[in-house]
Design a protein around this ligand. Sequence first.
Ligand code: COI
Length: 355
Amino acid sequence: MEVAQTHIKVQPIAESRLSQIDMNDIPFGRVFSDHMLVARYRDGKWQEVQIEPYGPLPMAPSVSSLNYGQAVFEGMKAHRAPSGAPVLFRPQDNFRRINQSAARLCMPPVPEDIFMDGLRELIRLDSAWVPSAEQGALYIRPLMFATDEYIGVKASESYIFCIFTCPVGPYYAEPVSLLASKDYVRAAIGGTGSAKAAGNYAAALLPDRLAKAQGYNNILWLDGREQQYIEECGTMNVFFVIDDTVITPRLTGTILPGITRNSVLQLLQDHGYKVETRPISIYEVQEAFHEGRLQDAFGTGTAATITHIARIGFGGEDITLPAVAERKVSNWLKDTLYQIRTGQQSDPYGWVEGV
Ligand code: COI
């Protein structure tokens, strides 16, 4: 495949909207920064890479992304380091993952220079939009979607890759409650569960709404075959602490390979925690709860970072977790990851980089 042009045209906004934003009270995902990166793929190559004012991308109703869901995305964050400079967290991993997702949905890879140079240039240009570490973070959304106007079912031959950003506060303000339900599955073996495919999120909306109607925040997803092995929760990877051992489902192809999940595993292993990546059933969690051995449970994700789980509804009862203040593992992880991401603690892994 031809390499994209490295030159990125910049068409700056006439007047920044930043002064209209209260950075001390930012709702998640509703406020968008001034600029976005847009690259177009056609005739077998990426072209027309441009940074322009954030706004609508006109398209016909016949495009294949709208009709058949040929769309993948990423989520990442920039934080403001103590020096005032914006820093990114593991952007290369998002670059790799979007191309894994793209391959699964029969889409062309985004070249590294468009993703990485475009990302850095965009964040430099909108660096004033990165909230302070106390206020939140700049959520970054790389997105690729099919733009062929054709209603036959086939892989599109044209695409848009774009990156837009939004300053955000916390995704969850409180610990979450989850409903483990056998009525719906998020992913099956051989499906798209490990890809960040837009359609995965659409398919979760109804179960999510039904869980909310029963007083829970999200679904605790069980495997599609035996409907007992825990896979994810809401839009997050999930961890449990039982008998001082941290357990998370291993990646089987139905689970998103979370970058926060991977960072958490690395931190735990390097700090002497007992860690197991293996199948964990809802019955094992229920039994550990009944026997007083369930010490902690939390979700991990870019948007949600580390989110405590308050209770899990299953089989007509609530598995309730200890008070958040008593949770050693998740509190330590939350704090440590925050310190590393915001450049307040040294980063032995090379996860944090400037723009
Ligand atoms: C993320 O954690 O970045 C996600 O992808 C969740 C998002 C759908 C809000």
